[in-house]
Design a protein around this ligand. Structure first.
Ligand SMILES: Cc1ncc(COP(=O)(O)O)c(C=O)c1O
Length: 406
């Protein structure tokens, strides 16, 4: 039997790559808008959008144009010198979020690490916490990335096992429980680090008013509130950031993923001057953070979001998505959660695992990802058409019907 092009591509990858992922067997070669084409020419509706890094669609013309223009001019200087893209990017990004200062990095995890460093430095230099006593409160079931410090406060055993020893200075409390959080706040607490919606945990939305309570508690106790909007931000939930939907303003936002327009890794901590201003030259940095190409693409993303169309589209289509998914409850779906064009769908585990549902969806031409056993998440690019979105949900409905009739 001749191996298919897909099988050959999978084999080549498997030979020389570490096995830290277990991807679905789709070998993408090109993509446009919300559609991905594989090595065999089959088309798939992308309902993951690279975990929201491709919020504005594959090959978004405006963003590609900005990248191409910058590629021909200047791509890297390091922060040893100034360049003409970083200032405008920082200024407009801060303005978009009604904040003062930006610390540019590359990946999400780096930006989370950066926010932790800033909040600890703020704790010692401004709040007056004794040396090395700073405490940061996080939520159980969090996902903030994969570095040693970040997995130190993960409650997911598979993220931690055999990676110790871990970084001290973190405690976790149940997500959505403001009373538990209040009990943990003491004189050494410098920050509460939280996802406004827990993405990897299964698009878990906290009880109404929770984020407001977190804001009130942190304010009252001189503690920083850090919102990790790496996955929830930049239009995904129908607002620029999910905190806007909850009418909450944290001290720092952490952004990543879609900030790079699906082209380059761009992340940032964006916050108030009184907090971000604690860093002095030489204390923190990154060779690539804020590079000209990243800043040019990031600026184009910010300008796109400043118009508000993406957020409105996500809100409008999100309502439709919710309605259609809720109609599947009782038909193989146990529960549906989400905001904007972002949905977590709990599949009845007696029918199939989340992975099996995603594999069946793949065969029908839809790319989605499972999480935590029997949950699947949908996060199509925000530019997806209503017709394509409906077609994707039809495929899910068909998969569930097939599973029910087995
Ligand atoms: C909320 C959140 N924070 C941080 C990260 C880590 O980002 P990265 O994979 O770019 O390091 C992720 C990635 O999924 C995330 O969802």
């Amino acid at each position: 039997m001749t191996p298919t092009t897909t099988a050959r591509a999978l084999e080549t990858e498997r030979e020389s790559l570490t096995r830290n992922y277990n991807p679905l067997p789709v070998v993408a070669v090109s993509a446009k808008g919300a559609w991905v084409t594989d090595v065999e020419g089959k088309k798939y509706l992308d309902c993951l959008a690279a975990y929201s890094a491709v919020n504005f669609g594959h090959g978004n013309k405006t963003l590609i144009r900005a990248a191409r223009k910058q590629l021909g001019k200047l791509t890297l200087t390091s922060r040893a010198f100034y360049h003409d893209q970083l200032g405008p990017f920082a200024k407009e990004l801060a303005a978009l979020l009604r904040m003062d200062m930006v610390l540019p990095m590359n990946t999400g995890a780096e930006a989370v690490e950066s926010a932790i460093k800033v909040s600890r430095a703020w704790g010692y230099r401004v709040k007056g916490v004794a040396a090395n006593k700073a405490k940061i409160i996080v939520a159980k079931e969090n996902f903030h990335g994969r570095t040693i410090s970040i997995v130190s406060f993960s409650t997911d055993e598979s993220s931690r096992k055999d990676f110790g020893p871990f970084t001290p200075g973190f405690v976790s409390v149940p997500y959505g429980d403001a009373e538990a959080l209040e009990k943990e706040i003491d004189a050494n607490t410098v920050a509460v680090l939280i996802e406004p919606i827990q993405g990897e945990a299964g698009i878990i939305t906290p009880p109404k008013g929770y984020l407001k309570k977190v804001r009130a508690l942190t304010k009252a106790n001189n503690v920083l509130m850090i919102a990790d909007e790496i996955q929830s931000g930049l239009g995904r939930t129908g607002a620029t950031v999910q905190c806007n939907n909850e009418k909450v303003v944290p001290d720092m936002y952490i952004l990543g993923k879609a900030l790079g327009g699906g082209i380059v890794p761009v992340s940032a901590v964006v916050g108030r001057k009184e907090v971000m201003g604690v860093l002095k030259p030489g204390e923190h940095g990154s060779t690539f953070g804020g590079n000209p190409l990243a800043a040019a693409v990031g600026l184009a993303v910010v300008r796109m979001l400043a118009k508000g169309d993406m957020q409105r589209r996500s809100q409008r289509l999100g309502k439709h998505l919710k309605k259609r998914l809720e109609a599947l409850v009782g038909k193989g779906v146990l529960a549906v959660r989400g905001a904007g064009l972002w949905a977590g769908i709990d599949i009845d585990p007696t029918l199939a695992t989340g992975r099996e549902v995603c594999e069946a969806l793949m065969r029908k031409g839809v790319l989605a990802k499972d999480t935590h056993g029997s949950t699947i998440r949908l996060a199509p690019p925000l530019i997806v058409s209503k017709k394509d979105l409906d077609w994707g949900i039809d495929q899910l409905e068909a998969v569930l019907a097939e599973l029910r009739s087995r």
